[in-house]
Design a protein around this ligand. Structure first.
Ligand code: FEO
Ligand code: CA
Ligand code: CA
Ligand code: CA
Length: 674
């Protein structure tokens, strides 16, 4: 659903802040390309299997032959299997799929146990104020408790302990449902009470806490020194090309080097140096700019012109980006420009200042996924812009990977590229680089002026428009196959694409069910400027879907139908996990049951539904212990807008619904997913 841009959300409805459609450009679309798409698949199959010899020694930092790259990945994959997981690895998935039947709780296959834990409101730090079930926890208390609307999650083993029994959890809190968060629900008229706003801001952001597996198999929160809340109000440092930029100057940060808070934290990324990336997605709606003339860095992202989403501006002036003073240092016209970034947090340094990585672009970031790092090669990070007709990006760091030495500022500098998917199965990465002559020429041809690289990054969407990137069906999470480096991305759905606007990479218009696209970088070099792509599957019903691994006439079956794929993750054993985020009627009345998680073997094409959740939620975020015996995933906004509220999840009838983590283990101690 598309958020109404300029109207407050009425009491009793949560609103669905999944997408804020703002792309009014006319970037290329191709008619009648499903045919081209299917023809091209034959071509692609040959192209992908062709070996090309471009070998130079790895030590020199130059490219290995593509087969050698895959050999290198397979070796490290197998080394990890032997070290952490154990061999031989059973062929997966082999569990009996769960059905689409709607139940009030979590359903997992026979032989598995799922436990709800790490719930919204559980105390993790400070004076550990207990959760109060009547909604009366204050803003100050919420700042010491787990936030609402869990999303991306990651588990970090802690040095000195059994890596499969003790570690740190870092997780995002994407947004809130006021009806459950506040004692009296939301009243979105007039001025908001200051402490309600404080509580709402505190329910956003990130929670970090230590956890331990107890002898009885449960996991509990340790009151440890790493525990920390990062919220929509935490001080953050701006790094990269937009640091100190005039468009980041505010009354609070006159030199434009700092900002406050991270908002709408959707998916995650985990760096090779064990820090946490949290991605700011639908942040624009938290602000308002009521000026008659609004700058492009507001309009292209959909900053509202009448009211902010939760009317926080009525309690905290920084959410009002209208011009009020003689200069930017006297007001908050640029406050919203401090949002839209990927933020790097070191969970092992509880007093560290989170860093906004402006070199990685500003858009509705879903998540961030690293290509496997390779010696003396740059780090490569993929991120999608989840809004209708927006783009897929790739960041290539200036720093190179040097084992044993982790450059903690590796994400501060680099080049951002945007993807163009051609109808013939090839693709290009187009640089959004102020110093790149091709970029300058494209901007000039489009009559768009940028002042510097900071301006390009603050206006990333506009920069991608001018180079002619391919408008996608809401790019969500990505995942990289640890065995061969191939990249997969979910495209969740797109109600705005018309039949005349389909293209090879987005072959349905409208696209109610979504699909999963994948590509292989040329030469298997993650930093390559060109790639080859195809589509893994078109999600949908048993009559309107395609599992291309099994052939273009293969449909999804009762065990695997799904819609609106969103979360995506390769575990260390090579299984692709797909999480769904259907909203509205698709979830409540479609053939797909409630939002779920599926496991797929992308090589054999076997795909099965592994878990299904309660009404009104989405399954999002997944991580595991290194041995793959404990899986952590999140249930966000259970019983949204009252769906199934009589059996509130997870605490039962008569309680407030609470987003929470679900821990899944196999009863025989085996690998989850087998
Ligand atoms: Fe936060 Fe695009 O889901
Ligand atoms: Ca959602
Ligand atoms: Ca999502
Ligand atoms: Ca989604």
């Amino acid at each position: 659903m598309t958020e109404p841009q300029n109207t407050p959300v009425p009491y009793g409805t949560n609103g669905d802040f999944d997408t804020e459609a703002c792309n009014t450009t006319n970037n290329p679309v191709f008619a009648d390309v499903l045919k081209t798409f299917i023809e091209r698949r034959g071509f692609l199959k040959g192209a992908l299997s062709a070996a090309v010899g471009v070998a130079v020694a790895a030590k020199s930092g130059e490219l290995l032959a593509k087969d050698a790259v895959v050999d290198e990945l397979e070796k490290s994959f197998n080394d990890n299997l032997a070290k952490n997981i154990g061999l031989p690895l059973p062929t997966r998935p082999t569990f009996a799929a769960v059905s689409t039947a709607r139940t009030p709780g979590i359903t997992v296959p026979a032989g598995y146990t799922a436990r709800s834990t790490f719930k919204w409101g559980e105390p993790i730090t400070g004076s550990y104020p207990p959760y109060r079930a009547d909604g009366t926890n204050t803003g100050a208390e919420q700042e010491q408790q787990i936030g609402q609307h869990h999303d991306g999650i990651h588990f970090y083993p802690l040095a000195g302990f059994d890596p499969n029994r003790r570690g740190l959890i870092a997780m995002n809190h994407e947004y809130i449902e006021q009806a459950y968060l506040l004692r009296d629900g939301a009243v979105l008229t007039g001025n908001r009470p200051a402490d309600d706003v404080r509580k709402e801001i505190a329910a956003h952001g990130v929670s970090i806490f230590e956890v331990e597996r107890l002898a009885n198999g449960e996991w509990s929160i340790v009151r440890g020194r790493y525990n920390r809340r990062i919220t929509g109000g935490t001080e953050m440092e701006i790094t990269g090309p937009a640091r100190g930029h005039p468009k980041l100057v505010t009354a609070w940060s006159p030199d434009g080097t700092r900002t406050r808070g991270t908002l709408n934290n959707c998916g995650t990324g985990e760096t090779p140096w064990a820090t946490y990336l949290t991605c700011e997605e639908n942040w624009a709606g938290y602000f308002v700019n009521r000026d008659a003339t609004r700058p492009r860095e507001h309009t292209r992202y959909g900053v509202p012109s009448t009211n902010s989403r939760y009317r926080w501006d009525t309690a905290q002036e920084r959410f009002d980006c209208s011009i009020k003073a003689a200069s930017a240092a006297g007001d908050f016209r640029n406050e919203v420009n401090g949002q839209g970034w990927i933020v790097e947090i070191d969970p092992h340094e509880p007093f560290s200042t989170p860093k906004k990585r402006t070199a990685m672009g500003r858009f509705a970031h879903e998540a961030a996924v690293f290509a496997p790092p390779r010696i003396l090669q740059p780090y490569v990070v993929y991120s999608g812009d989840d809004s209708q007709n927006e783009y897929i990006y790739k960041f290539v760091s200036r720093a190179v990977h040097t084992p044993g030495y982790f450059n903690r500022e590796a994400l501060a500098e680099g080049t951002l590229f945007v993807a163009k998917f051609n109808a013939d199965g090839t693709g290009q990465w187009l640089a959004l680089d102020f110093n790149d002559p091709a970029f300058r020429a494209a901007a000039s041809a489009a009559n768009v002026t940028f002042t510097d690289q900071g301006d390009v990054m603050i206006n990333t969407r506009l920069a991608a428009d001018v180079v002619g990137a391919t408008r996608m069906d809401r790019p969500e999470w990505g995942a990289v196959d640890p065995r061969d480096g191939r990249v997969y991305f979910t495209l969740t759905n797109n109600s705005a694409r018309t039949a005349a606007q389909v293209d090879a990479a987005n072959p349905r218009g409208p696209n109610p069910f979504g699909h999963i696209i994948r590509w292989r970088e040329d030469g298997d070099n993650a930093a390559a400027r060109t790639f080859r792509w195809d589509i893994l599957l078109l999600a949908g019903s048993e009559t309107d879907s395609v599992n291309f691994v099994l052939g273009q006439s293969a449909r999804l079956g009762a065990d695997s139908i799904h819609a609106s794929p969103d979360g995506l993750w390769f575990d260390a054993a090579g299984t692709l996990w797909i999480q769904t985020d259907m909203s509205g009627s698709q979830q409540s009345s479609g053939p797909f049951g409630e939002n779920s998680m599926l496991a797929m073997d992308v090589r054999s094409g076997v795909i099965r539904r592994f878990l299904s959740g309660p009404p009104g939620q989405e399954i999002t975020g997944v991580t595991s212990t290194p041995n793959l015996r404990t899986m952590f995933l999140n249930v966000q906004h259970p019983n949204e807008n009252g769906a199934g509220l009589a059996n509130a999840f997870p605490d039962g009838p008569g309680t407030r619904p609470r987003s929470c983590t679900v821990i899944v283990e196999k009863n025989d101690g085996g690998i989850v997913g087998t």
